[in-house]
Design a binder for this molecule. Structure first.
Ligand code: SF4
Ligand code: SF4
Length: 523
């Protein structure tokens, strides 16, 4: 099936951390219990936070829309079970700072009662944009951790020629096995989802890329894909960060995505396997994104496994469902140990992009003291993006993030390979994450300043126009007053001839004043 068209090109760099996946990947996915309260953050995606459309005290049903997306880059939020909205308030967010973020809190009623669903139609007969909008309405974001609204990617088919839809099943982060289990248990649905996305993008072919350590998933996906032409399963080497889009594209197509460019520039679109499954559910069953499979693992978890959790479930409930914790974790993570977010509390709720929750023991956490860089260049050798981590880190440490940008900071995918190999135990990736956050804050502040200046100029212009209009009205009134006595003084016809002239002069005054002000504002 078009295998000959593929050019497998090994990517540079990468590391081989211990997989630690065996315990969680051995068990079937189980359903997490409905928690007493769901905490649904309004910001679970790239873009602006969703806007609540429910009130405290309101009863909601499972799958009901409870917060609207204010823009295309945002995603709506749906109730993940039935119950009553008891608060719209700040809750502990999935952020290393431990900051709070706004969320809708639902006290569940245990009935798990669905909102009546619309009858499903044959999605393959529908228009691409209609389907993409349905995916947007279902609140689907990238489920491999990227949290980018999936519909935005689907709409790329109308703008770019997409030759290949690449379904990412490589799941290279240690401990995580949610995609592996999903592929083993829902292979046919994933293939159907991939075919639907291909239909939306009008892509030529579909490639499902899976790392060579996932034998059962490879077999299941191959069996499900067999019936379809232009859907193929490719096995890629197990090497972190193979799951990164740019690395996978290079490995599969042999094409390198240029620095600062998107994958569409080489005719490829990548969707995580979990996202493809969510899109399948949305388009064939009308199901919004209200749950996801999460790997619960780490040395402190009694019974590590994959669990289907309702979005908004506090992670402490997931630990309980896995037999609890055997000891106080040395590190709590949302996501994998290489790219995950360190958490400060088990009260943090599961969000749509959460691939796993890890409770790591002391022996699993590297706690060596950092020492000065010995310029061994190991970090340079493993960087999959061909960057100079040691130089970038030195610049960031010297508070010169701008110079680090010149060294390629924007291209850093925060994979953590450099930190992993550094013999001096320098927290390199943390420097890069910090600098990227600071850069993003600066960009956001600049955008806000631009908006404030534009709004203030517009207001000034409005006030000037208003002033000019009032001046013109006064002038017109004065002119009409002058007309009345003139009836006694002179002939009526003379006044009738004179009045339009005065009105015209007033209008001209207004126009000139506005134009003059506009000119001032422009200059
Ligand atoms: S790996 Fe660590 S010690 Fe070696 S050059 Fe890079 S930063 Fe320096
Ligand atoms: S510099 Fe960035 S991309 Fe390169 S290894 Fe380090 S974290 Fe990964």
């Amino acid at each position: 099936m078009f295998r000959g068209l593929l050019k497998l090109a090994p990517v540079q760099g990468g590391v081989h951390p211990s997989a630690n996946k065996a315990r969680s990947s051995a068990l079937h996915v189980s359903a997490a219990p409905i928690p007493p309260k769901l905490f649904l953050p309004l910001l679970q995606h790239a873009g602006a936070a969703a806007i609540p459309i429910v009130k405290v005290g309101e009863r909601v049903l499972k799958g009901q829309l409870i917060a609207l997306a204010p823009s295309e880059l945002s995603a709506p939020v749906h109730a993940s079970s039935s119950g009553t909205v008891v608060a719209i308030t700040d809750v502990c967010a999935a952020h290393p700072s431990g900051f709070n973020a706004p969320a809708i809190v639902i006290e569940t009623d245990g009935q798990d009662q669905w909102l009546p669903k619309a009858e499903a139609s044959d999605a393959f007969q529908e228009d691409a944009m209609v389907l993409a909008n349905r995916v947007a309405e279902a609140g689907i974001v990238g489920m491999g951790g990227a949290i980018f609204p999936a519909a935005v990617k689907l709409k790329q088919g109308a703008k770019h020629e997409i030759k290949t839809l690449l379904v990412n099943g490589s799941e290279c982060e240690p401990y995580l096995s949610c995609d592996d289990r999903l592929m083993r248990e829902k292979a046919e649905d994933i293939i159907e989802g991939a075919r639907l996305i291909r239909h939306i993008l009008k892509a030529f072919r579909v490639v499902i890329a899976i790392e060579d350590n996932k034998h059962e998933a490879i077999a299941a996906m191959k069996a499900a894909a067999e019936a379809y032409g232009m859907v193929e399963v490719e096995v890629v080497p197990t090497r972190y960060p193979m799951g990164s889009a740019k690395q996978l594209i290079q490995e599969i197509t042999g094409r390198e995505v240029p620095a600062g460019a998107r994958s569409t520039s080489v005719g490829v679109l990548v969707h995580n396997v979990g996202t493809v499954y969510a899109i399948f559910q949305a388009l064939t069953q009308g199901r919004p994104l209200i749950s996801r499979i999460v790997t619960v693992a780490g040395g402190c978890v009694s019974r590590p496994k994959n669990i289907e959790a309702l979005v908004g479930t506090p992670i402490e409930e997931l630990f309980k469902a896995c037999g609890g914790l055997t000891e106080e974790p040395a590190r709590l993570l949302l996501g994998g140990p290489m790219m995950g977010i360190a958490l400060t509390s088990t009260a943090v709720p599961i969000i749509k992009g959460a691939t796993g929750v890890l409770a790591l023991s002391k022996s699993e956490v590297q706690q060596d003291q950092a020492s000065p860089c010995i310029r061994c260049a190991s970090c340079v050798d493993v960087c999959p993006m061909g960057l100079m981590p040691l130089d970038m880190a030195a610049l960031i440490k010297a508070e010169n993030a701008e110079a680090a940008v010149d060294y390629g900071l924007a291209d850093c995918i925060l994979c953590g390979s450099c930190s992993y190999v550094c013999p001096s135990h320098l927290p390199l990736v943390q420097y890069f994450r910090y600098a990227k956050d600071k850069q993003a804050e600066k960009r956001e502040a600049a955008k806000k300043l631009d908006l404030t200046v534009t709004m203030s100029l517009a207001k000034q212009k409005r006030l000037e126009q208003e002033k000019a209009r009032k001046t013109a009205e006064k002038a017109a009134k004065r002119a009409s007053k002058k007309r009345r006595p003139s009836r006694r003084r002179g002939s009526e016809s003379a006044v009738l001839q004179e009045a339009p002239q005065e009105q015209k002069t007033a209008q001209e005054t207004t126009q000139t004043a506005v134009e003059h002000k506009e000119q001032e504002l422009i200059s």
